[in-house]
Design a protein around this ligand. Structure first.
Ligand SMILES: Cc1ncc(COP(=O)(O)O)c(C=O)c1O
Length: 431
């Protein structure tokens, strides 16, 4: 397999990026590929190399890049103005589409990123319950706020429920406000809830945490525990919303939270996210509906931006068409099954984990049930991703996002590339 070409224009851009950006990146993916364009399930870098794209912009491009219907809708709105701060038709219609689709959503508040949505969802729970503590799961991703960064990706293990902040600059006092439990461990959650029920406002959880599926009964158990002990249940559906089903993971797993957060898909590739939930809880965003001290101030310059909203609305319309989710799940299941066969044939010990709309391999022999069992051999992972990139597959460090736009040919190409990469990796390990 020839190495990927890197032309002068791309090398120049990489050099400029190194000069003007910390670590030479936007803070997201580390590799030195500068993307020039995307179409459907593929992207091209500035040097002209083509990739089957499983990064998908970190998830928003579920229906594929530059979908002609989304592009046309955005272009039409571009000529009419790009942001107003005031209510606009597309934003209102998108909120209505979310209320129609998502089981817990009686009211919707728009923000610009998933991080913001999670920050406000946790604040909303604290305002509603008038308690300060939040329980989250080790390795659970809830954005970049001070609360969200507690034990998101700890490099060392601490004793539950004490969190470890994953960033410099987080006030030490906040470690007392977040309790951390292992994902899929209902007994630990139950004992923490019993012990802290007077201080806890909510449990926040990714219904499928990163790539770790919930064990049967886990989400149902969280729902029961929160209801019985008077806490709110928040589903972070920034990733799973409109991806696992049109009604998100809450429809897919049949467990309805009090609040959920949405992002990625609902913005159609533009900055838009949302907090959605029960009307009595969401009332805290309404000055006229609650006592003065209970009001939760929330204002954002770009909230409900009409370009993002029309792109999101069009994306949802495309996802609602017959066969859309069947196609996404078909692609994902074919890839996951193919990967398992390839790993078994090569005698490489790795697990394929996740679910059809998003999955990856973990170089481990253990069952993957929580953050600690998900760690695996990180060096092997990095090497494998690099080998795949050389073979025309673009993905994040630890996730394949599957697209409606991926074709059978893309899937076949990916399986061939993976077989070749795993063969090479096995040879490197044997050497
Ligand atoms: C589950 C989850 N929640 C929240 C976020 C934060 O979203 P954003 O990057 O839009 O701030 C992410 C981002 O990947 C996520 O995966």
């Amino acid at each position: 397999m020839p190495p990927r070409i890197s032309n002068e224009a791309e090398r120049d851009l990489v050099e400029t990026a190194r000069r003007v950006l910390p670590a030479g990146t936007f803070g997201n993916v580390p590799h030195e590929v500068v993307i020039a364009r995307g179409e459907g399930g593929r992207v091209w870098d500035v040097s002209g190399n083509q990739y089957v794209d499983y990064l998908l912009g970190s998830g928003p491009m579920l229906i594929g890049h530059a979908h002609p219907e989304v592009t046309a809708a955005v272009q039409e709105q571009l000529g009419k103005g790009t942001t107003f701060f005031a209510n606009n038709e597309h934003g209102i219609r998108l909120a209505a589409a979310i209320v129609d689709a998502v089981p817990c959503a009686e009211k919707v508040r728009f923000v610009s990123s998933g991080s913001e949505a999670d920050l406000y969802a946790m604040r909303l729970a604290r305002a509603y319950k008038k308690r300060d503590k939040i329980l989250k799961f080790e390795g659970g991703y809830h954005g970049m706020s001070d609360y969200g960064l507690m034990s998101l990706a700890p490099r060392r293990s601490s004793n539950f429920p004490r969190p470890i902040p994953d960033s410099a600059g987080i006030p030490k006092s906040l470690q007392d406000e977040v309790l951390v439990a292992p994902f899929n461990d209902l007994d630990t959650v139950a004992s923490l809830v019993r012990e802290h029920r007077q201080e806890l406002a909510a449990i926040i959880v990714e219904p499928l945490q990163r790539l770790i599926p919930p064990k049967p009964g886990f989400l149902e158990g969280l729902r029961k525990l929160t209801t019985e002990n008077g806490l709110l249940l928040i589903f972070d559906e920034v990733v799973t919303g409109f991806r696992f089903a049109y009604g998100g993971a809450q429809e897919y797993y049949g467990v309805v939270p009090d609040i959920c957060t949405l992002g990625k898909v609902i913005g159609g590739g533009f900055p838009l996210a949302a907090i959605a939930g029960r009307a009595d809880v969401m009332a805290h965003f309404d000055k006229g509906a609650v006592a003065e001290d209970d009001y939760l101030m929330q204002v954002g310059t770009l909230s409900g931006n009409p370009i993002a909203a029309v792109a999101g609305l069009k994306s949802l319309k495309i996802l609602k068409r017959p066969g859309a989710y069947e196609r996404i799940f078909h692609n994902g299941r074919t890839l996951m099954a193919g990967y398992r066969d390839i790993l078994a044939d090569a005698g490489v010990h790795a697990r394929v984990t996740g679910d059809a709309p998003m999955f990856d391999i973990v170089f481990t022999e253990r069952e993957v049930t929580d953050y600690r069992s998900m760690m695996g051999d990180q060096d092997a992972m990095k090497r494998c991703n690099g080998l795949l990139r050389e073979r025309g597959i673009l993905k994040g460090e630890s996730k394949y996002y599957v697209s409606l736009a991926h074709t059978d040919e893309d899937v076949r190409f990916t399986l061939d590339a993976f077989a070749s990469a795993i063969g090479e990796l096995a040879r490197m390990r044997a050497a």
